[in-house]
Ligand binder design. Structure first.
Ligand SMILES: O=c1ccn([C@@H]2O[C@H](COP(=O)(O)O)[C@@H](O)[C@H]2O)c(=O)[nH]1
Length: 271
């Protein structure tokens, strides 16, 4: 039987002593000039970023939005294989879900990656093919990092509970294979704490530190499960750290990943 995703993630976190998720949000317009004439500039960029950051990376998190083109998907496939070659899990941030017939197609991408983000808005059946993959991680959007999260996620249900809390409770219920996590932004530290209290056993993916200015201490304190499993993501803050440094761009990304790891490790309980 394949090892469960969160067990593999726990091993990776221990190996690199890091909970940093390096976000590969590779915008074609922000790739340095000297790589623009490569066959696949996004792949050329990502390869150099992976070379420079992998020893600090608990996982890579490419966001599917940046690869929605023929060359983009080719670049993404090369990137995934290269990350795996360095023993780093890949979490595809795709925020998928749809009616059953469609979502079964979406879930096929789990053949390629180790984990995925999904959107709970359409309910359990829209997530079932992902949840059924006991060997893969499924991170359900719970309370996101963007300002507009309040429009829906904070709405009070008749029971008085906020919608995001109901999502957390449902995710816990749907976690029959131990493969479910939550996406909870670092920009709402109080809610992050509240959600952690309600679902102590779910690992979180916490985006929003770095470019969005979220709370790194809260991300670690509440984002990680009791056994230390969880992820804190930074994308632009790492991969574009050396945007003004020409051919040295990847070195700067490596330094930025290392700095984030050290910053987060100040707050981790590591024996
Ligand atoms: O609530 C959410 C869910 C997902 N994201 C994604 O994480 C990264 C954050 O990038 P930064 O450059 O570190 O801000 C990006 O892919 C988002 O789509 C999120 O930010 N918040």
């Amino acid at each position: 039987m394949a090892t469960a995703f969160f067990d593999r993630l726990a091993d990776r976190i221990a190996t690199v002593d890091s909970v940093v998720s390096v976000g590969l949000d590779t915008d074609p317009t922000r790739i340095p000039d000297h790589l623009q004439d490569k066959d696949l500039p996004q792949w050329a960029f990502n390869r150099r970023i992976i070379d420079a950051t992998h020893e600090h990376a608990a996982c890579y998190k490419p966001n599917a939005a940046f690869y929605e083109s023929a060359d983009g998907w080719r670049s993404l496939r090369e990137t995934i294989a290269y990350a795996h070659g360095k023993d780093v899990p890949v979490l595809l941030d795709a925020k998928r879900a749809d009616i059953g017939n469609t979502t079964r197609q979406y879930a096929k991408v789990l053949e390629e990656v180790d984990a995925i983000t999904v959107n709970p808005y359409m309910g359990r059946d829209s997530l079932q093919p992902f949840l059924d993959r006991a060997d893969k991680g499924v991170f359900i959007l719970c309370r996101t990092s963007n300002p507009g999260r309040e429009d829906l996620q904070d709405l009070e249900l008749d029971s008085g509970e906020a919608l995001y809390k109901r999502v957390a409770a449902l995710a816990d219920l749907w976690n029959t294979h131990g493969n479910v996590g939550l996406v909870v932004g670092a920009t709402g530290p109080d809610e992050l704490e509240t959600i952690r209290q309600s679902v102590p056993d779910l690992p979180f993916l916490v985006p929003g530190v770095g470019a969005q200015g979220g709370d790194a201490e809260a991300a670690v304190e509440h984002g990680l499960r009791g056994d230390g499993v969880g992820l804190v993501n930074s994308s632009r803050g790492i991969i574009y750290a050396g945007e003004d440094r020409g051919k040295q761009f990847a070195k700067a990304a490596g330094q930025s990943a290392k700095q984030l790891k050290q910053r987060l490790n100040q707050y981790r309980d590591v024996e």
